[in-house]
Ligand binder design. Structure first.
Ligand SMILES: Cc1cc2nc3c(=O)[nH]c(=O)nc-3n(C[C@H](O)[C@H](O)[C@H](O)COP(=O)(O)O)c2cc1C
Length: 216
């Protein structure tokens, strides 16, 4: 809890900062091809879906991360369609992955991770303690520039609905693969936007932590 209070205080002063990166991150991480069939039956995964807030520190192996990101918001059709819906197919939500070695943007077209910040941003993806040490914090960002046909007053709610669909994909993937996950809105959006180098039209919506469950 004291870490949470420290982060709250730093956040209020606008001084919540990333930690130095652990390990090297390439400018582009080409992910292995995802396994897009099989897995736990959907109804079984739904029966197991829940929020968990106790994570082990163990890193997620690259093939598992690849499958997770594809499930979250990968391309599932030759026409560029994705695993989650978006209003007018604007595909306005970007998925960022805060990893110990750096923060990356998920490029669904190439199924790759593009490094955007060579720092460990996990700590600033939320006020709760576990976000600092869990192996992966996803951040969902709406790019309003990709919603020109949506009335301005509706853009945030439409993008939030799309991010919610992505988050549920991640929850179900986690349930089906023995992982823990939690979606989070209690986050410092300004600190995250600054650390990711976001533009004015990009809006941080939600974060979601994923990892192996803590060993009891
Ligand atoms: C929009 C939204 C925001 C949430 N924000 C947080 C959060 O900041 N921190 C957290 O620990 N859980 C957060 N949650 C998770 C809820 O607390 C959780 O879904 C709820 O307690 C029901 O538990 P379940 O997911 O296990 O069914 C959020 C859920 C939603 C839908």
């Amino acid at each position: 809890m004291s870490n949470t209070l420290t982060k709250l205080a730093l956040g209020m002063m606008g001084r919540l900062r990333p930690r130095p990166a652990t390990g090297d991150a390439a400018a582009t991480i080409v992910l292995p091809a995802p396994e897009v069939s099989g897995g736990m039956p959907l109804m079984d995964a739904l029966a197991l879906r829940r929020s968990s807030r106790k994570f082990a520190r163990d890193a997620l192996p690259l093939p598992l991360l690849s499958n997770l990101l594809w499930a979250a918001y990968g391309r599932n059709r030759p026409d560029g369609g994705r695993t989650a819906p978006s209003a007018l197919n604007g595909q306005e939500v970007d998925v960022y992955a805060a990893l110990p070695a750096g923060a990356c943007l998920y490029d669904a077209g190439e199924h790759a991770l593009r490094l955007v910040a060579q720092a460990d941003l996990r700590r600033i993806t939320g006020y709760q303690d576990f976000v600092d040490e869990a192996p992966l914090d996803l951040v969902y960002v709406a790019d309003h520039r990709r919603m020109p046909m949506v009335p301005a007053a509706q853009r945030e709610s439409y993008a939030s609905a799309a991010a919610g669909a992505i988050a549920q994909n991640v929850y179900l993937f986690a349930a089906g693969n023995g992982l823990a996950a939690v979606i989070r809105a209690w986050i410092d959006r300004e600190a995250i936007a600054e650390a990711l180098g976001l533009a004015h039209d990009q809006q941080v919506l939600l974060s979601q932590t994923v990892g192996y469950p803590a060993k009891e």
